[in-house]
Design a protein. Structure first.
Length: 255
């Protein structure tokens, strides 16, 4: 079955476009949350290192250090608790909800105890935890500071999940629009490219039936236009040669 070259090229380019968009959607759906979490962990580490490097001793008379930590956690949209070596909470920021504060005030010392028992070479580690009603989940960093205190940084994962859902919906809508616009552009551009090829195919077919009246009209200087010029030249030469042969044949007959 004869299939137009325009349709073939259009299907190839549409398949490439659709495949690329679907791969982006697949990556977005299955890996975007992991990417956000990895970025959040990097943000945690930057805040942790900024606090640790100062060798901060927060107390009633260390207002400057208190404000320094406050600026770090607020600029990074984090919640933080700092405990002394006796597991007393000496600083907190971001735990405005009293039930959440009560919940994490109970579990954080236990996590710190587990952390000390691990004897890990790393000064910190990450866990994911749910709050008192298991409705919200959080990413937490536990670590010890070089002054002997312990720190917990926390951020809700709910924001990440909401951002991922919004990003997925947005990408789906953009993808649909991109496919529609892409198909229109592909069909238009494919026709523009394949029309001269179709003209050359038609001219060669007429030449095969000894019709040399059709000529290709070049629109530029690319390979297709050069091919068209050569076919025009070949058509003229064939027509001239056949005409000469006919004249010679008629002369022979008349003799």
């Amino acid at each position: 079955m004869k299939r137009s070259i325009t349709i073939q090229f259009s299907l190839i380019f549409i398949s490439i476009l659709a495949g690329t968009i679907f791969m982006c959607l697949f990556a977005n759906v299955f890996f975007l949350k992991d990417f956000y979490v990895a970025s959040l962990k990097k943000q945690f580490l930057e805040a942790y290192e900024m606090i640790d490097v100062k060798d901060i001793h927060i107390g009633a008379y260390n207002r400057n250090e208190y404000l320094y930590v406050n600026d770090i956690v607020k600029n990074n949209n984090l919640s933080v608790m700092i405990f002394d070596t006796h597991h007393w909470n000496i600083y907190r920021c971001g735990f405005e909800n009293s039930a959440m504060l009560s919940h994490y005030s109970l579990i954080l010392p236990n996590e710190m105890k587990k952390f000390m028992e691990l004897n890990s070479e790393s000064p910190y580690y990450f866990i994911q935890s749910s709050d008192y009603d298991a409705f919200n989940s959080y990413l937490l960093l536990f670590g010890y500071l070089k002054n002997g205190n312990y720190i917990c940084l926390m951020a809700p994962l709910e924001d990440i999940e909401n951002n991922v859902a919004i990003a997925n919906r947005f990408l789906v809508q953009v993808s649909v629009i991109a496919i529609v616009i892409g198909v229109i552009l592909i069909v238009f551009m494919t026709r523009r490219v394949t029309t001269p090829i179709k003209q050359l195919a038609n001219i060669s077919n007429r030449m095969a039936h000894l019709d040399f009246t059709a000529h290709f009209q070049p629109r530029g200087s690319n390979e297709v236009d050069m091919l068209g010029k050569h076919i025009n030249l070949m058509s003229d030469k064939l027509e001239s040669t056949i005409s000469e042969l006919k004249t010679a044949n008629n002369e022979l007959r008349s003799d």
